[in-house]
Design a protein around this ligand. Structure first.
Ligand code: KIV
Ligand code: ZN
Length: 511
């Protein structure tokens, strides 16, 4: 008989802890809807106590999601747990995930608590959480460096307090697959009533072993894996959902486990998360990288053409490549566009916002004969159609580059409602454009990353630019898309400045 593996997605929480990946409520809603379509069992929608905005985002996800459990993270404090409880209250199925560190290094230096105090607090947090829901998960942060006898004691105590899922995190990505599996096996063997709860694992990728460690945990009894789309997450990231799911599916002979995941939604979800967070997917990334199913060598191509399975263990279609349907073109009207946006769950702030999107769509269709879903996603990601309160907006841009002469850019941007204009030269048209924007804005930011990716294929494809800016300890990613990559770059730069301008302050759960 096939057992079930619970897929707990934490893209909207741990994934959001990646530098610059913080998401607004609207962006979280778009990803949450796609995660529901993908079929994840649990969506960790955020850390409700982090800020009023985070609370609202978790609550909004709880209000709309019906086919997945919606979860909020909470430190083991009364305020955090109660905020999480209030945020998930509207959910059809809601979970509170509370945690406290259990390793000597964390207890001594971070919490300044002894073992008895940690156990007492963990038990209390689970009891507070049970006032809101029966579905309570407890995590022993930094379990990888925790003493085994102490872990057994904590887990025993929280089961008795009412926790239903026990999560064993490798918070710092320190474990090695065999040892991690052994740790899970020993916990299940030693903790009383371990058969009454679900054992879960949550692995970070500091040594590139997050997926391997998660799978080893599964082979030793874990029945929930916490993971993220594209492996996004704190530092080197979390175990990647697509890799875990496809490993379990492709090697059913080894795992004998089923998931609820509709694997054909994997690539569309990966693309959406990448475009919203500004984290491009490396081309050689398993499953969702652009080269994951590309066969370069002649021998391989010949083999695949004769019999696909000579070199492919999964099919591209099965994970949602080629789901990239041609959707619209130059002659498509307002209704067709509206229907497509509805299907993509993209809602507009107002009728004017939709009109502006339609106008932009027509301009794009003039430049690019075929418009795909990814183009529509990008079209709304860099414009203020959905969240119409951008402070800086690109009005006009002219960039000139010619062999043998210094590139020059002239930009017009509006700040509030007032237009400002500047001209600068630079090492290239993008550099000149950024310098011209800075001549107006004087942001004092540090440019940490600049990257360009094509959204669909072909030289008429839109380029999607990510710009990461840092200022005063805050890091933001800005995105912009356009068939002209200099324009896309200017939009991305202004998008990042707008995020800094919003100045959202939030607490980090693990600090
Ligand atoms: O990595 C970690 O330990 C976490 C916990 C909050 C589960 O993210
Ligand atoms: Zn984590």
């Amino acid at each position: 008989m096939t057992d079930k593996l619970i897929i707990f997605d934490t893209t909207l929480r741990d994934g959001e802890q990646s530098p610059g990946a913080a998401m607004t409520r609207e962006k979280k809603l778009r990803i949450a809807r796609q995660l529901e379509k993908l079929g994840v069992d649990v969506i960790e929608a955020g850390f409700a106590a982090a800020s009023p905005g985070d609370f609202e985002a978790v609550k909004a996800v709880a209000e709309i999601i019906k086919d997945s459990t919606v979860c909020s993270l909470a430190r083991a404090s009364e305020n955090d747990v109660r905020r999480a409880g209030e945020a998930i209250r509207p959910a059809k199925s809601g979970r509170i995930h509370t945690f406290i560190a259990t390793s000597p290094i964390h207890m001594q230096h971070k919490l300044r608590m002894n073992e008895d105090q940690v156990v007492e607090r963990a038990v209390q947090a689970v009891k507070w959480a049970r006032e809101y829901t029966d579905d309570v998960e407890f995590s022993a942060e930094d379990a990888v460096r925790s003493d085994m006898d102490f872990l057994v004691r904590v887990f025993d105590a929280v089961i008795r307090a009412g926790a239903k899922t026990l999560n064993v995190p490798d918070t710092v990505g320190y474990s090695i697959p065999a040892g991690w599996g052994e740790r899970i096996r020993e916990l299940i063997a030693r903790v009383p009533n371990s058969d009454k709860v679900i054992w879960s694992t949550h692995c970070h990728n500091d040594l590139g072993l997050a997926v391997a460690n998660s799978l080893s945990a599964v082979m030793n009894g874990a029945r929930q894996v916490e993971c993220t789309i594209n492996g996004l997450g704190e530092r080197a990231g979390n175990a990647s959902l697509e890799e875990v799911v496809m490993a379990v599916k492709t090697r059913r002979d080894v795992f004998n486990l089923g998931t609820r995941i509709d694997t054909t939604q994997i690539v569309p979800t990966s693309k959406l998360v990448s475009s919203i967070t500004g984290y491009p997917v490396q081309p050689n990334k398993a499953i969702v990288g652009a080269n994951a199913f590309a066969h370069e060598s002649g021998i391989h191509q010949d083999g695949v053409l004769k019999h696909r399975e000579t070199y492919e263990i999964m099919s591209a279609e099965d994970v949602g490549w080629n789901a990239n349907k041609l959707t619209l073109g130059k002659l498509s009207g307002r209704n067709a566009l509206r229907q497509r946006f509805d299907a993509l769950h993209i809602e507009f702030a107002s009728e004017e916002a939709f009109n502006a999107a339609f106008q932009r769509f027509k301009e794009l269709a003039d430049l690019k004969s075929e418009i795909f879903d990814e183009d529509l996603q990008a079209l709304v990601s860099d414009e203020n159609f959905i969240e119409p309160k951008e402070h800086y907006r690109l009005v006009a841009l002219r960039a000139h580059s010619e062999t043998g002469s210094l590139p020059v850019a002239r930009v017009v941007i509006s700040i509030g409602d007032e237009p400002h204009e500047a001209e600068k030269s630079g090492g290239g048209p993008v550099d000149a454009t950024f310098k011209a924007i800075e001549k107006i804005v004087h942001s004092g930011t540090e440019l940490q990353l600049y990257s360009v990716n094509n959204i669909t294929s072909g030289t008429d494809a839109q380029g999607e630019v990510t710009v990461r800016l840092a200022k005063g300890g805050r890091i933001v990613n800005g995105q912009g898309a356009d068939t002209d990559i200099v324009v896309a770059s200017a939009k991305a730069y202004l998008n990042a400045l707008n995020k800094l301008h919003d100045n959202l302050q939030r607490a980090h759960p693990q600090v």
